[in-house]
Design a protein around this ligand. Structure first.
Ligand SMILES: C[S@@+](CC[C@H](N)C(=O)[O-])C[C@H]1O[C@@H](n2cnc3c(N)ncnc32)[C@H](O)[C@@H]1O
Length: 254
């Protein structure tokens, strides 16, 4: 059995999705509160930046992968208008349920699908077997803070390319490698403060220790750019945010 990382642990590949599920089952109810607390509200600015770069227009077809509680999907839904569509997806039902309820409270009814990013239940964007035209593809696919949790990142990126129409764009918003001057304070914050806050507020230190570790095991911005190019994105731009703590990769599907 091939092995992979779950944070700093080495686990059998078939264990990782199960362990990741445990993390998000545990944090779902407090996810939004913890996001605000741990990032000092900065995650809102990073997401707003991604939404601005996305430049979604009325009528567009948008797929939000690993969408969790729906921050990006909500922003895109307001932009696509009544002739467009935003599909909110995630592998974790607990996260999606919180997201769907929150969207409903705001009067937004979005198609919501439980699915694994490594096996997306959507047609080929270029018109795959059985006909279909390029019009079946998504104009934009987004994945925010989700890719690092996936077992086979290359497979997930290939799936994201597959469901986009040619010329469509993928936005990957993810933690990355901070500038050298930030590393020590960032490590102290991640490994000392985050698990403590996780224990006090969400009653779960381990999940927040995993989140810090998973960030360290994620490919750096240059490596992710190479992975995206291999997965079918002809051009990839990288936007480093907050001193490199977060990176937004924007890929154009060949
Ligand atoms: C840190 S949350 C991000 C949620 C949301 N996108 C945001 O930015 O707030 C990561 C999400 O990735 C989802 N996830 C992990 N592995 C996945 C997979 N293989 N396919 C789809 N979603 C996955 C988790 O269930 C979780 O909801």
């Amino acid at each position: 059995m091939a092995q992979t990382h779950f944070g700093f642990e080495t686990v059998d590949e078939d264990q990782k999705a199960h362990r990741v599920r445990g993390v998000f089952d545990s944090v779902a109810a407090r996810y939004d509160l913890m996001n605000d607390l741990l990032s000092g509200g900065l995650h809102r600015a990073w997401k707003a930046y991604a939404v601005a770069v996305a430049g979604v227009q009325p009528g567009m077809q948008v797929l939000d992968i690993a969408g969790g509680t729906g921050d990006l999907a909500r922003a895109f839904a307001r932009q696509v208008g009544r002739h467009g569509r935003v599909v909110l997806t995630d592998i974790n039902e607990a996260m999606l349920r919180v997201g769907r309820d929150r969207l409903l409270d705001e009067g937004l009814v979005l198609p919501t699908v439980v699915c694994d990013a490594e096996r997306l239940p959507f047609a080929d964007g270029a018109g795959g077997a059985g006909g279909g035209a390029a019009a079946t593809g998504f104009d934009l696919v987004s994945v925010a803070f989700g890719l690092r949790n996936m077992t086979h990142k290359e497979a997930a990126l290939r799936e994201m390319a597959r469901v986009l129409r040619p010329g469509g764009r993928l936005l990957v918003l993810e933690f990355s490698q901070p500038a050298a001057a930030l590393r020590k304070p960032y490590d102290w914050y991640s490994f000392k403060v985050m698990p403590l806050l996780g224990r006090w507020v969400a009653g779960d230190a381990d999940s927040y220790r995993y989140l810090a570790e998973s960030i360290r095991m994620h490919p750096d911005a240059a490596a992710l750019k190479t992975m995206m190019k291999s997965a079918g994105f002809g051009h990839v731009d990288v936007h480093r945010l907050a001193g490199g703590i977060v990176a937004l990769h924007v890929g154009i599907r060949c």
